[in-house]
Design a protein around this ligand. Sequence first.
Ligand SMILES: Nc1nc2c(c(=O)[nH]1)N[C@H]1C(S)=C(S)[C@@H](COP(=O)(O)O)O[C@H]1N2
Ligand SMILES: [Mo]
Length: 240
Amino acid sequence: MAEQPRRNADGAPVGRRALLGMLAAGAAGLAAAPYLQSGWEDVLGAASQVDATGLTGLLPNPGGFRYYSVVGSVPRKNDTNYGLTIGGLVDRPRTYTLPELRALPQTRVVHDVLCTDGWRVDNTPFEGVKLADLLDAAGVRSEGAAIRFTCFDGAYTESLTLEQARRSDVLVALKMQDKPITHEHGGPVRLFVAPMYFYKSAKWLSGISVTDKVIPGFWEERGYAVDGWLDDADRGDGSA
Ligand SMILES: Nc1nc2c(c(=O)[nH]1)N[C@H]1C(S)=C(S)[C@@H](COP(=O)(O)O)O[C@H]1N2
Ligand SMILES: [Mo]
């Protein structure tokens, strides 16, 4: 539902994974953003060429997951250099270290993970701090209506409405499959939005900014639905 099938110049469907493969394998320092902004025509032409070389086959697929990144390399962060900043339309902006996040009450959510590319990993446990708790601590101002998420890969962004962000199944996750989140899966901290397609779960999370309206994220600027609900999602408050 969220992803429209894309077609190249010959009308053949082009998987987004080909594009991701191209980006992951991308040239020096990866000028991903300007390249993408050159328009789908160019991007898809290049993507299908890369696909033909088999580069996308280099992406590993352990345990049913695939690793996705829209940039070629991402810095590694740990206890000493990781920070999560909460700001925007809040009364008490602050930056949390990793030990500080670990010291907060932790919630475990088990949910099926689905990517719009068609793969899924059922009953995956995630654990971390409820985004709602961090928002409450920050004191969202009355003008606040949405959240913009930014990542230390320097490129990916995501969004949620404030109502979605306050659900009890939306986590700032520190663990995935009961282990600290690996670098490849977006560690040390990623978002987990259980009731939505996995593209909403931003990896390498570094910024949470309260905004007065939804600002479409990376893939949403490229055609994905801003509301990434899974087909069977309970669109209520997530507490059911
Ligand atoms: N920072 C960042 N977050 C991201 C992505 C990305 O490319 N960069 N890809 C998204 C998509 S489309 C999916 S399916 C999942 C993949 O998570 P995984 O690599 O841990 O399997 O991460 C989401 N979050
Ligand atoms: Mo995805």
